[in-house]
Design a protein around this ligand. Structure first.
Ligand SMILES: Nc1ncnc2c1ncn2[C@@H]1O[C@H](COP(=O)(O)OP(=O)(O)O)[C@@H](O)[C@H]1O
Ligand SMILES: [Mg+2]
Length: 305
């Protein structure tokens, strides 16, 4: 099967669970899509927790600057929450952290993103390396609906050509579903289609799929905004457990959620048509209880946004 056939069968997401852009690339343009036929060379994550650092990251869509020299350190093994009103560039910033921004045809960026001190944008680095080490979970759960629950977990490995024995695959399915807090609910129906699960279960399935390629960082863009409060709490508990082995960055509009799960917070703002910047960041407790900037205080107390 060719890559084109893959994308027509699976139109929504690529091997890493990332949406496939709808735009057709110019035939002469260098391909920025991950080469999913690349042989997979072992797990990206081996052991120690990784720090992610953005340095002077700027982003444009066409001529429009939407993020202006944003710098943020996301500590290893911590949960960092990105908060701020709609349109201030949180999702754009998140997409820059795993090289998804560059897939948008008019998009440009500047700055550096260092994973344990190494720039994921350096010329020697491949886009697929960034995707393997930095996973992403989206607002709307996007499992492959017709694929079985078990195969959904393995989807990233399958499309990267990883060879694993039946036993290794079964172990991986179980361990990822356990980590995602879904195992007990699906262990008796691993062959059932992923699309048959509830929204909250589908989101945990997507988390399990991300974990299967052993990322060092997990990015989550409003992962609970389409979910009911009970599913939301389950995902939050899952996040708190996962932080022991993966660095987490979450965008949320839910201030209680930011307060419950995150160690550190960054408040993004794009006021009056200016590009997004980080107004304030630091320890979550301090940001909520004793913000240094009036705009942070207004936002975390629900006075705007
Ligand atoms: N694909 C795109 N093309 C053009 N402009 C975009 C695109 N995606 C986002 N933008 C613009 O970039 C700005 C930041 O958007 P976004 O990162 O989605 O903000 P947030 O996630 O904080 O709501 C917004 O003004 C938005 O309209
Ligand atoms: Mg967004």
């Amino acid at each position: 099967m060719t890559l084109d056939e893959h994308t027509s069968v699976l139109p929504q997401v690529d091997a890493f669970g990332a949406p496939i852009p709808h735009q057709v690339q110019r035939p002469d343009a260098p391909s920025l899509l991950p080469d999913v036929r690349d042989p997979f060379v072992g797990p990206a994550s081996a052991g120690p927790l990784a720090e992610l650092e953005a340095r002077n990251v700027s982003a444009w869509f066409g001529d429009r600057l939407v993020l202006d020299r944003v710098s943020l350190t996301m500590p290893a093994g911590g949960i960092t929450a990105l908060i701020g009103p709609s349109g201030c560039g949180k999702s754009t910033f998140l997409r820059i952290l795993n090289r998804m921004h560059e897939l948008v045809p008019s998009a440009q960026l500047a700055g550096e993103v260092l994973l344990d001190g190494e720039d994921i944008y350096s010329p020697e680095r491949k886009l697929t390396d960034a995707r393997r080490s930095i996973g992403m979970v989206f607002q709307k759960p996007n499992p492959f609906p017709a694929m079985s629950i078990g195969d959904n977990v393995l989807a990233g490995l399958k499309l990267t050509g990883t060879k694993a024995s039946r036993e290794e695959r079964d172990d991986l399915i179980e361990s990822c579903l356990r980590k995602a807090g879904l195992w007990n609910e699906v262990k008796d129906r691993l062959d059932a289609p992923g699309g048959g699960l509830s929204g909250g279960q589908q989101q945990r399935l997507c988390i399990a799929r991300s974990l299967a390629i052993k990322p060092k960082v997990l990015l989550m863009d409003e992962p609970c905004s389409a979910l009911d409060p009970t599913s939301t709490r389950v995902i939050e508990e899952t996040m708190l457990e996962l932080a022991a082995e993966v660095t987490i960055v979450i965008v949320t509009h839910n201030m209680q959620q930011a307060a419950r799960v995150s160690d550190e917070c960054a408040f993004f703002l794009a006021s009056h048509g200016t590009p997004g910047v980080i107004v304030e960041h630091g320890d979550t407790r301090a940001m909520f209880d004793n913000p240094q900037d009036q705009r942070t205080s207004d936002y975390v107390n629900g006075r705007f946004g």
